[in-house]
Design a protein around this ligand. Structure first.
Ligand code: GLU
Length: 446
């Protein structure tokens, strides 16, 4: 961890809709940079637009940040600062840097607004992604900074709050570039230091259209519910608009913190692609220890109102190896794919045992007897799926795979459909495997 520094970043979402992946990408960058530099990460809910801000959106933002594990040092609401905004608006008015103006509000009504006395300068700033950006601010005229002394517009509140929190790096989407000159003018009038601006490229949807915060959009928490791991999501989001020095793609969040630098933020837009996200998720699942995977799955199932069946321990390695999401793993358990591991297994009937064997009963009896003696020769420790396969495959190839392996699989699973017989034997271990083969033999002989 870097030494304590004065770097402060912030994530400043407006709770006016469900945030999209691009918004959370901004949070990820601001978080990674603050952690990398040993600085502070501030979350500010910009709720000053009372009409459009909704509690449920705010809750979803906080829930999403919590799911992602993006710990913040400070959390507050912009509306907490109303007094401070008022104080500074009055200060600007007293210094004649702003003035109250009565204006036509339609239907013969007149409204008071507070306008900024724009000195009409050329404003330039160094954007860490885009380089030098210059605007002629004369055409903005005396822009509005508040609807009343207690109702500042977004530009004013952002500038005051950023300065009060000591924000050093304003990391946000590039759709805010055009707001920056106004905000710089306000900051200068208030005598504040100008922060460093880092405008991130857009994140596009799968159809290359701009993501938007419309109601009905997908909440980030829906990815949690679909069984994604937060570290996979962070890894994926971090690579939307940033790239490491090498070709490395898979990162833990800690590794991202180490590798992250702002000079590797790209200018070109990234595309949020669920297929790619799934790939990241699968890779992150594979990298969990069996124990950690079991824990995650248990936690996930609990949250979905389900319980991890007690016999699951045996299938954890297999589930981990093949699941792209926790949902997939849960479904396999729920759909009874591994029910054969439940205590109280009953041997399948003769017709099911012979159904896909394409062989006479007598032949299958002979094969089972051969399997018993081949597998009986393995020790308990050796009894893995691989070793079982190695041991019986030459025999099965010689005698006819369907005739040997189909009934063996059914004898072990009791089902028409199941994983292959080697996997099953490996999962059950020697004792249970032999017991089930013997039980099937009894069925065929009776
Ligand atoms: N509240 C603004 C938004 O949600 C962001 C403000 C900023 O980052 O400066 O778009």
């Amino acid at each position: 961890m870097a030494e304590i520094s004065s770097i402060v970043t912030r994530f400043a979402p407006s709770p006016t809709g469900l945030l999209h992946a691009g918004n959370y990408r901004t949070a990820v960058f601001a978080y990674l940079f603050a952690r990398k530099e040993g600085g502070k990460f501030v979350v500010r809910i910009e709720d000053t637009d009372k009409e459009r801000s909704k509690k449920e959106y705010e809750e979803n933002i906080l829930e999403s940040l919590q799911w992602l594990n993006l710990g913040y040092d400070i959390l507050y609401r912009q509306s907490d600062n109303t007094k401070r905004h008022e104080e500074l608006l009055n200060k600007l008015i007293a210094e004649d840097k702003a003035y109250v103006s009565k204006e036509e509000a339609g239907e013969g009504k007149r409204d008071e607004v507070i306008r900024f006395r724009n000195p009409g300068q050329q404003v330039s700033f160094e954007d860490m992604v885009r380089g030098t950006i210059s605007f002629d601010t004369t055409e903005l005229g005396d822009f509005v900074i508040a609807r009343s002394a207690s109702l500042p517009v977004f530009h004013f509140a952002v500038v005051v709050d950023d300065a009060d929190e000591g924000v050093t790096h304003v990391i946000r989407g590039e759709d805010h570039i055009s707001n920056t000159p106004r905000q710089i003018l306000i900051a200068k009038a208030l005598g504040f230091a100008i922060p460093i601006y880092v405008h991130l490229p857009l994140v596009l949807g799968g159809d290359r259209s701009k993501l938007s915060k419309r109601a009905g959009a997908k909440a980030l928490t829906s990815y949690r519910d679909m069984g994604y791991l937060p570290e996979a999501m962070i890894n994926y989001l971090a690579l939307l608009g940033w790239h490491p020095e090498d070709e490395k793609e898979l990162f833990t969040t800690e590794e991202l913190v180490q590798a992250f630098t702002l000079d590797r933020v790209q200018k070109s837009a990234g595309t949020f692609d669920e297929t790619k996200l799934r790939w990241f998720n699968r890779e992150h699942i594979k990298r969990l220890s069996d124990y950690a995977f079991a824990e995650r799955l248990e936690e996930y199932m609990k949250q979905m109102g389900e319980e991890l069946p007690p016999y699951t321990a045996t299938v954890i390695p297999l589930l981990k190896e093949r699941s792209e999401t926790l949902l997939q793993a849960m479904d396999a358990l729920e759909e009874g794919e591994f029910d054969f591991l439940k205590p109280g297994f009953e041997a399948p009937g003769e017709s099911l045992l012979l159904q896909g064997a394409m062989a006479e009963k007598g032949a299958v009896i002979r094969h089972f007897t051969a399997l018993e003696s081949l597998l009986g020769g393995l020790s308990d420790e050796e009894f893995t799926a691989e070793k079982v396969k190695e041991t019986i495959f030459p025999y099965a190839t010689e005698a006819g795979r369907a005739a040997v392996l189909w009934p063996m699989r059914v004898a072990l699973s009791g089902k028409k459909k199941s994983p292959d017989p080697f996997t099953l034997a490996g999962l059950m271990g020697k004792e249970e495997t032999l017991k089930r083969l013997q039980a099937a033999l009894l069925v065929l002989k009776s």
